[in-house]
Design a protein around this ligand. Structure first.
Ligand SMILES: *Cc1c(COP(=O)(O)O)cnc(C)c1O
Length: 412
C-alpha cells in the first residue's frame, strides 16, 4: 500500500527514506516510532551536516584569526540567520542559542528574579511541562512573588474566563506552552498574549511541542519570549533557541558568566557583550547550532502546511480506531489539538501496555510525561502516549491498534 496521500502534498514513502533509523528492527520487528513528542528522529540531511562539520570545519568560533575558525563561525552565524528567518524575529541578535527549552526558560526565570517584587504575580497554565513549572516556583521563592495557575477543563483546554479573572495589574509574567506535550492541546496563545499585554504582563511561550508541527511567527504573535528545542524538530539534542524581544533581552541580566559574554573584564568591573553574546557564555554547541539550521531547512522543504494537514489526518485516523477498543479512554480531547494521543485501558497499568508494545517494535511513552499536575487532574498515575510525526503512516497506526488489542487480551 502506498502511503502517499493524494490531497496532501506529502510523499511519505519517499520521506521515510530520509530517516535511516526507520530501517531498524526492534525485537525482531520493524521499528514503529511513536515517541515523537519526546524526541523526533533525525533525517540524513541533518546527519550529513554533523558528519561534514566534524570532518571539515571543527574549530572554536568567534575568536579565531585562522581560516578554519572563520569558516566555523560563518556556518554557525548562517544557522542563526536561518533560525531568525524561520521564526521571523526582527533582529538576528534576538535569537539566543541555548542548550534547549529548559535552558531558555531558566535563563528568563533567572533574569526576572531581579525584576519581580513581593506581591507580584506569575501565571502558569495547568497544562505545563515540569520544566515550565519548577523554574517559576524557584523564582517565586526567591522574590516573594506568587504563582497562580490557569485551570483547565475535562477536555484539557484552558478555561479562558478563569484566565481573565486571574489577570490584574499585579500580573507581571504569564507562562504557557503553545502545545501540551501530555495531551496535545493547542493553546490559544494569540488571545493569551493579547490579554496579558492589556495588563502590562510579559508572556513566555514554550514552543518545544509546537515547532515540530507549525511555524510560529514571533512578530505576528507579539510574544515577548519564545523557547524551543531542536531535537523535537528533526535536529540534534543539546541545542535550542530562546527568542526574546530586544527590549526584554536588554533588561535581563546575563545568566552565566564566562568567555564570549563579556565586553571588558577587570577585577573591579566587567561590562557585558552585546546581544546575543551576553547570553551565550562559553564555547557553544557549534555543530548543534549548524545542524539546527539544517533541520529548519529540512522541515521547510517538506512544508509546514503539508506536515500539519497530514498529521491531523493521522490523529483522526488513530483516534477513531483506538476509541473503538472497549475500555480505552483518551485523555485530552481539545477541539484544537495536534497528533498526540494519551490513553489508558481500564484496569491496566500504562507501563504494562508500553512493555508489550515494545516487544512488537512499537515505541510509545508511558508515565506522567513530565506533567504530573495534569495526571493529578485526571486522577491517574500516567498514560500511554503515542505521538505521530509526518514520517509515520496509517499502516503503522493499524499495527499499534492491533498491539493495544493484544495487550488488553494478555493483561485483563
Ligand atoms: C520537551 C519539552 C520541554 C523540555 O525540552 P528540553 O529539550 O528537554 O529542554 C519543555 N516543554 C515541552 C512542552 C516539551 O515538550
Amino acid at each position: 500500500m502506498s502511503n502517499t496521500v493524494s490531497h496532501i502534498n506529502l510523499d511519505v514513502d519517499e520521506i521515510r527514506k530520509d530517516f535511516p533509523i526507520l530501517n531498524r528492527e526492534i525485537n525482531g520487528k520493524p521499528l514503529i516510532y511513536f515517541d515523537n513528542a519526546a524526541t523526533s528522529q533525525t533525517p540524513k540531511q541533518v546527519i550529513d551536516v554533523i558528519v561534514d562539520y566534524y570532518s571539515n570545519y571543527n574549530a572554536n568560533i568567534h575568536r579565531g584569526v585562522h581560516t578554519l575558525s572563520q569558516e566555523a563561525t560563518d556556518l554557525y552565524e548562517a544557522a542563526r540567520l536561518k533560525i531568525q528567518k524561520h521564526f521571523n524575529t526582527k533582529h538576528s541578535y534576538e535569537v539566543i542559542l541555548t542548550s534547549g527549552t529548559t535552558h531558555g526558560i531558566n535563563l528568563v526565570a533567572n533574569g526576572f528574579s531581579t525584576l519581580l517584587k513581593k506581591n507580584d504575580e506569575v501565571l502558569v497554565s495547568a497544562l505545563e511541562h515540569h520544566s515550565n513549572i519548577v523554574p517559576w516556583q524557584m523564582l517565586c521563592e526567591r522574590t516573594g512573588a506568587s504563582l497562580k495557575v490557569i485551570p483547565m477543563n475535562e477536555h484539557g483546554e484552558l478555561i479562558m474566563s478563569e484566565y481573565e479573572t486571574l489577570l490584574s495589574e499585579r500580573t507581571k509574567l504569564v507562562f504557557v506552552n503553545h502545545i501540551s506535550n501530555a495531551l496535545g492541546t493547542i493553546n490559544p496563545i494569540e488571545q493569551i498574549i493579547k490579554k496579558a499585554h492589556d495588563v502590562g504582563a510579559a508572556v513566555l511561550v514554550d514552543g518545544a511541542q509546537s515547532c515540530p508541527h507549525i511555524k510560529p511567527d514571533v512578530q505576528a504573535l507579539d510574544v515577548d519570549f519564545y523557547v524551543t528545542s531542536a531535537h523535537k524538530m528533526c535536529g540534534p539534542t543539546g541545542i535550542g533557541m530562546l527568542y526574546g524581544k530586544e527590549e526584554w533581552l536588554n533588561k535581563l541580566p546575563p545568566y552565566q558568566g564566562g568567555g564570549e559574554m563579556i565586553d571588558e573584564v577587570t577585577f573591579e568591573k566587567t561590562t557585558y557583550a552585546e546581544l546575543p553574546h551576553k547570553f551565550e557564555a562559553g564555547t557553544p554547541n557549534i555543530c548543534g547550532g549548524i545542524a539546527f539550521g539544517a533541520a529548519v531547512d529540512y522541515m521547510n522543504t517538506i512544508g509546514f502546511d503539508a506536515i500539519a494537514a497530514y498529521e491531523y489526518e493521522l490523529l483522526n485516523y488513530a483516534t477513531n480506531k483506538l476509541t473503538q477498543i472497549e475500555g480505552l479512554k483518551i485523555y485530552g480531547t481539545a477541539k484544537e489539538k495536534t497528533s498526540v494521543i494519551s490513553f489508558n485501558i481500564e484496569g491496566i497499568h500504562p507501563y504494562d501496555i508500553g512493555t508489550i508494545l515494545d516487544k512488537m517494535g512499537i515505541a510509545v511513552r508511558t508515565g506522567h510525561h513530565c506533567a504530573q499536575p495534569i495526571m493529578d487532574f485526571f486522577k491517574i498515575p500516567g498514560t500511554v502516549r503515542a505521538s505521530f510525526a509526518f514520517y509515520n503512516t496509517k499502516t503503522e497506526i493499524d499495527t499499534l491498534v492491533e498491539g493495544v488489542k493484544k495487550a488488553k487480551l494478555m493483561l485483563s
